[in-house]
Write a protein that binds this ligand. Structure first.
Ligand SMILES: Cc1cc2nc3c(=O)[nH]c(=O)nc-3n(C[C@H](O)[C@H](O)[C@H](O)COP(=O)(O)OP(=O)(O)OC[C@H]3O[C@@H](n4cnc5c(N)ncnc54)[C@H](O)[C@@H]3O)c2cc1C
Length: 362
């Protein structure tokens, strides 16, 4: 005779079956769940945090830069330059803006096609929750997935109950900002099923300067200037901000996605602010050149990065459905995939678009 403790008994009784289980209630997971729900699928979303969309909440300085009207495939970095084209073509910024308008959320273009809420990011979260409710999606919060097994269907063990489903969607995001729930879960599951994961690095992140140069430039902390910042034959013209640890600002965050340890970055400003000129002359006894080169010592890491560069190798996935080629029924969407957007609303557009396309097939 086998004796089952209370916990094991409750697990036996509580094995519930769904057409689709989505792991992660972020931008990509919720969009996928909504679309699958609209198609009449029974859908369960599992989220380890006590609230959905924590990253949406802190995004865009609390106003969520939810898309970019100039989205094009060139705004993304991936091992395969063509992979993301299909999803981005099937779900465009206009499609997301239509949804935002339907929910009467006021928004504005800040600059360079970047759309932000006039109010707060919570409006986008509320919109997604309303859409989930109207398409019959169930959401379980404070529920961390511990393991997954596959026989005929997928069996998902969590720290509370067990579930089974026909289609399993991994929307667990990347490694950035561990303090709000980022985990390596998606990569672990990919490896468990024999799928390749590309090299992972923090991206859209400030760069640190060390040594004498770092110490001197720290004196400029708080100064910002407009410049071309170049690395590995890529350049961005935007603001550069001197910080007490090194360099930040939009141009630096953008170039950080291309920077690798020991690479130099070249900064070319046309004009220097007066405070910069004063400080520079104090430090070096001469005027700065139009162009200067620095070798950052490191990035500020996943604690500060907006995204993770790299992810599930796109060769493993169908670009039309986001399904793993070798594991029918297993899908990956959003940041966990090796598609990383530039700064400016592109990462959310990828999350919406990849979630949307998977939602049509699960
Ligand atoms: C500070 C900051 C600001 C940003 N601002 C912008 C912006 O304005 N515009 C933009 O386009 N992008 C922005 N980004 C990037 C953007 O937020 C992400 O690219 C996007 O949220 C990724 O969506 P996702 O659904 O793939 O993953 P996430 O939003 O990270 O969602 C994944 C979810 O999975 C859950 N999870 C993980 N493991 C498990 C598990 N084992 N069991 C259950 N649940 C699990 C996590 O708790 C999380 O809720 C910003 C990022 C940061 C950090």
């Amino acid at each position: 005779m086998t004796y089952l403790d209370g916990c094991a008994l409750s697990r036996l009784h509580s094995l519930r079956s769904y057409d689709v289980v989505v792991i992660g209630a972020g931008a990509a997971g919720l969009m996928c769940a909504i679309e699958a729900g609209k198609r009449g699928r029974s859908v369960l979303v599992l989220e380890r945090n006590e609230a959905v969309g924590k990253k949406i909440r802190i995004s865009g300085g609390g106003r969520c830069n939810f898309t970019n009207i100039y989205t094009s495939p060139e705004n993304f970095i991936s091992g395969n330059r063509n992979f993301h084209k299909s999803a981005l073509a099937r779900y465009s910024p206009e499609d997301f803006v239509r949804l935002v308008r339907q929910h009467r959320i006021a928004y504005h273009e800040k600059k360079l096609g970047q759309l932000f809420c006039d109010g707060t990011s919570q409006q986008i979260i509320n919109m997604l929750l309303k859409e989930c409710a109207s398409s019959g999606v169930e959401i379980r919060l404070s529920c961390s997935v511990t393991s997954i097994h596959q026989d005929e269907r997928f069996r998902i063990a969590t720290d509370t109950d067990d579930f089974e489903c026909k289609s399993l969607v991994i929307a667990s995001g990347g490694l950035s900002i561990p303090k709000i729930g980022a985990t390596n879960f998606g990569y672990k599951i990919a490896r468990q099923f024999g799928l390749k994961v590309t090299e992972l690095r923090p991206a859209l992140v400030a760069l640190m300067l060390s040594g004498d140069e770092g110490r001197s430039l720290r004196e400029l902390s708080g100064v910002s200037l407009e410049a071309d910042v170049a690395c590995r034959r890529v350049s961005f013209r935007e603001n550069v901000l001197f910080t007490h640890r090194g360099l930040s600002g939009p141009a630096i965050l953008q170039i950080s996605s291309y920077w690798k340890p020991a690479d130099a970055i070249v900064v070319t400003p046309r004009q220097y602010p007066r405070r910069f000129l004063q400080k520079w002359r104090e430090l070096y006894g001469e005027l700065p050149m139009e162009k200067w080169t620095v070798i950052p010592s490191d990035t500020e890491g996943y604690e500060k990065a907006e995204v993770t560069l790299g992810g599930i190798d796109t060769n493993e996935l169908s670009s039309k459905t986001m399904e793993a080629r070798s594991v029918p029924g297993l899908y990956f969407v959003g940041e966990v995939v090796d598609v990383t957007g530039h700064l400016g609303g592109f990462n959310f557009q990828w999350a919406w678009a990849s979630g949307f396309v998977a939602g049509q097939f699960v």
